[in-house]
Structure formats: C-alpha cells, structure tokens
Design a protein around this ligand. Structure first.
Ligand code: ARG
Length: 460
C-alpha cells in the first residue's frame, strides 16, 4: 500500500537520492500536535459544509484524538517512508479509519497546512521564550535592586568614563529585554492570521469557511489572499529577527559577565553551580554560560540570514525551498529555551563585590566631568572648562595621584577659577547624587526606573 500523498500519476516510487533529500519528517515531526489541531478544525468545517455527516465527523475526531495520544506516548512514530509530518499523520489516520480517513484531505493542501502548523507552533513557543526572557529580566532586576546605590566605573570604549550606579548598569541590560518582549507581542499580532482555506494557492471550490477554522485555532482571522497565505514566511523571518536581536542582547550581557568575573575586574563571583572548572588547572572557575550566550548568538543570527536568503527571489507561491524555513526557527526556540534558564540562574546566584566596584568607581579620573560641570555652573564656557580640567588630569598623571589629592595651591596654579569649593564635587557619591533627571544614574531616578521595570515585568 502506497503511503505517499502524491503517487497517482507516477509510474514508480521516488529514487532513493530524491527521497533522502526531500524528507523532512526527522525535523518537522515536532509540528504533529499542531497539524492534528488543524485537522480537527478542518474536519469540523467539512462537516459544517455537509461534506462529512455527523457520524463520520465523530469517527474522524475520535481517530484524531487516538492518533494524538499515540503520538504523545510514542506508540505512533514516523517511518522512513513518511516524507513529512503531514504524510505520517495521514498514514496514522488511514490506519485508524480506512477510506474515511481519505476524506480529510478535501479542500486543503500541505501548502496551507504547513504554513498553519508553523504559525501555531511559533505562537505557542514564542510564549515560552517570552516567559524565559521575563525570568532572566527578573533575575537582573533582583540584583539591580540590591545595588541601586553601589557605585561602579561606567565605561565607554572599555575605559573608565563616569561613575554610575551598578543597579543602573544591570537595568541597562533589562531594558533591551523588555523591548524584545514587546517585539514578540507585536510579532504575534501579525502571526495570528490563519492560512488554512488557501488550499494549494487558489482557495477552495468547496464551501469551507476559513474564518471559522481560524477562530477555532486561536487565530484572529484568516488570510486576505490565498496566494500570499501559502507564499508568506514573513512570520518566520520576523521571529528570527527578534530571536537574533535577543541573542545579541544576551551576548553583550555574557561578554560583560566574562569581563566582570576575570581576575582583572573581580567585580562578580559566580556560584559554583553556574560555573565550570578546568580539567588540568585546579584553580579555574570559568563563566561558560556567559561564553555560550556570546557564542550562541552566532547561530541565532545565522538562522535569520538563512531564511531571508532562502526567501529572496522566490516566485509566488509555494516553492519547496520553503521547507528550509523550519530548522532555523526550531533551532532558535531550542537555543533560547536552553540558554535563558542558565543565564537567569547564573545572574540570580552571582555575588556582586560592591567593595571592589566602589573602589574602582573613581579610578581613571572618572570625576573629571564633575569638575568641568562645576566650572560651567560658575559660568565658564564648557570649552574652557574642558581645557582646564584636562590640564588638571595631566598634572595628576605626572604626579601619579588622584584629582582629590591635589593641593589648593595646585588647583589655583592650573586655574584661578578652581577654588577649594570644587572639592565638593570630587566624590563619587556627589557625582551620583547630582544626577536627578529622569533616566539618569542617581539613586532617585534609578529607584524610579526599578519600580517601573518591576511593574512592566509583573504584567507580562
Ligand atoms: N514538507 C513541506 C514543507 O515543509 C510541506 C509542504 C509540501 N508541499 C508541497 N507542495 N510539496 O514545506
């Protein structure tokens, strides 16, 4: 008995090399629950249209339930003969129903089916990815809450720049994750459109209501154009953009954790459970999770490039090239589902060395801008203030001392404008406290930011 879905006009079976190339069931089998859900919805509209009677519908739905249970328990598995998930499941249905099973294929095609299955799968799994992103954001927020007033040397070009609150720094990693969450939510609106009813590409001559099917599957409505419905993979490409960008955000966080845990920084110590050792160097404690966050961003970006390149120049409507859409999106989901819990655990269990951060905060003349701003408040043009402060720094460098170690005399020699009063701004605490505008790094605005981030995360 032939299990292929398309053998009718062919003299013999496919060549071994063709079969091996075209088979997708080894990776698309994970769509089975979604394909079965779509089949149930399709069976119902066939019945509404009078193409299945009540008894046939009952048998069909019972067989689909039975098949679903068999798939879940593993007693029904795809075989090497099954080209794809749709082929395998039709075989399962025929095994249970005989010829009645053959009625389900009316008015639909694998083209609208696969597009529907993949949308269902991704909408479902995007919710899981979002939940894991929220957990990582929560872990960062919890650490940030402990360090609202912990000073740290904020950097540009990896050079000490200006003192910041370490809590503010951690929240600067939360903000992009909140945007990723927003992007996933927005992506879902466009993905909640059902391709079912498009058939192969032209819709159906059978009186099947695509809107009813759409609603039954949790979509908002059905596709406006049957050709677009089967040709469109924007939802896959856009999902991959969102996951690639999230991967980039995780990679930047990962890189910072790698630096922070190095001997040279020593700002953070990882919990033993979230660090690895070396097979030869007994003293080693490595931030492998952070490094894998950095490394795995490569495959997330690669997935996006794969799908965009695959789609570029494809004529409407369905082309077999599009079968290549699945592995990148599955891999993106798998990658984030592995990575995010590990990162969340690493962040929530790490120990922040507030003493080392505070000691590093003023190093490298990070308070120089405070001096320049102080001069500006004395009505010195910033250009001159910058020049005067630069001279101050170079004097300190020559003396190998810090700004606050210069004598009143030294200050006067650099510029008569530099009265002893300037010392008031030469502390990290005053630098932070003076930053009271919204979004800046002072304790007030950071506390406000923390509260608003916590609010947003709670409603997710
Ligand atoms: N396995 C195919 C895919 O993933 C299903 C659609 C096949 N349609 C076709 N006309 N060959 O794209």
């Amino acid at each position: 008995s032939r299990t292929s879905l398309w053998g009718g006009r062919f003299a013999g079976g496919p060549a071994e090399a063709l079969a091996r190339l075209s088979v997708s069931v080894q990776f698309d089998w994970r769509l089975a629950p979604y394909d079965l859900a779509a089949s149930r919805a399709h069976a119902r509209v066939l019945a509404y249209a009078g193409l299945l009677d009540a008894e046939e519908l009952g048998q069909m739905l019972a067989a689909l339930d039975d098949l679903e249970a068999a798939c879940a328990s593993g007693s029904f598995r795809p075989t090497v003969e099954d080209e794809d998930v749709h082929t395998a499941l039709e075989r399962g249905l025929l095994e249970r129903l005989g010829t009645l099973g053959g009625k389900l294929r009316a008015g639909r095609s694998r083209n609208d089916q696969v597009a529907t299955d993949l949308r269902l799968y991704l909408r479902d799994h995007a919710r899981g990815v979002a939940a894991r992103l929220v957990e990582l954001a929560d872990a960062l927020v919890e650490q940030a809450a402990q360090h609202v007033s912990t000073p740290a040397p904020g950097m540009t070009h990896v050079q000490h720049a200006q003192p910041v609150s370490f809590g503010h720094w951690l929240l600067a990693h939360v903000q992009p994750l909140l945007r990723d969450l927003d992007r996933l939510r927005d992506w879902d609106k466009r993905t909640a459109i059902s391709p079912l009813g498009a058939g192969a590409l032209a819709g159906s001559s059978l009186p099947l209501d695509p809107v009813v099917v759409a609603k039954e599957l949790g979509f908002t409505t059905s596709a406006a154009n049957s050709m677009d419905a089967v040709a469109d993979r924007d939802f896959a490409a856009e999902f991959l953009f969102v996951t690639a960008l999230a991967g980039v955000h995780l990679s930047r966080l990962g890189e910072e954790v790698v630096m922070w845990t190095s001997q040279e920084f020593g700002w953070v110590e990882l919990d033993d459970a979230f660090a690895t050792g070396s097979s030869i160097m007994p003293q080693k404690k490595n931030a492998d999770i952070a490094e894998l966050a950095r490394g795995k961003s490569g495959r997330l970006i690669g997935g996006l490039v794969t799908v965009l390149t695959m789609l570029k120049g494809l004529p409407l409507t369905y082309d077999r090239d599009m079968q290549e859409d699945k592995e990148p999106v599955f891999d993106a989901v798998d990658t984030l589902e592995l990575l995010l819990p590990a990162l969340a655990g690493m962040i929530s269990t790490m120990t922040v060395r507030a003493d080392r951060l505070a000691a590093a905060a003023p190093v490298g003349f990070t308070l120089a801008t405070e001096v320049a701003d102080w001069l500006v408040r004395k009505h010195v043009p910033f250009r001159d203030a910058h020049e005067i402060t630069g001279k101050l720094v170079s004097l300190c460098e020559a003396r190998d001392c810090a700004l606050d170690e210069l004598s009143d005399d030294d200050l006067q020699k650099v510029s008569p404008l530099l009265t002893p009063e300037v010392r008031q701004v030469l502390t990290v605490e005053s630098a932070l406290a003076s930053r009271t505008t919204p979004g800046s790094t002072g304790p007030g605005p950071v506390a406000d930011q923390l509260a608003s981030v916590q609010d947003k995360l709670e409603t997710w």
